[in-house]
Design a protein around this ligand. Structure first.
Ligand SMILES: [Zn+2]
Length: 58
């Protein structure tokens, strides 16, 4: 499952949420705090991680 950087306009907080593409497109992802589904995707430019952004291994 992909991770999304989402921002809640109500809480003014950003969350990294693990969700399916379907959940995201259908806006069924709720804010952990206020349960709002009006979350905005945060687009982050990551020019420094082009070659090695697979950092999930430990
Ligand atoms: Zn919220």
């Amino acid at each position: 499952m992909p991770y999304y950087d989402l921002r809640c306009p109500h809480c003014e907080k950003e969350y990294v949420i693990n969700a399916t593409i379907t959940e995201k497109t259908e806006k069924t992802i709720a804010c952990p705090d206020c349960k709002s589904t009006d979350l905005k995707t945060v687009f982050k430019a990551a020019p420094y991680f082009k070659n090695n952004d697979q950092v999930f291994d430990n």
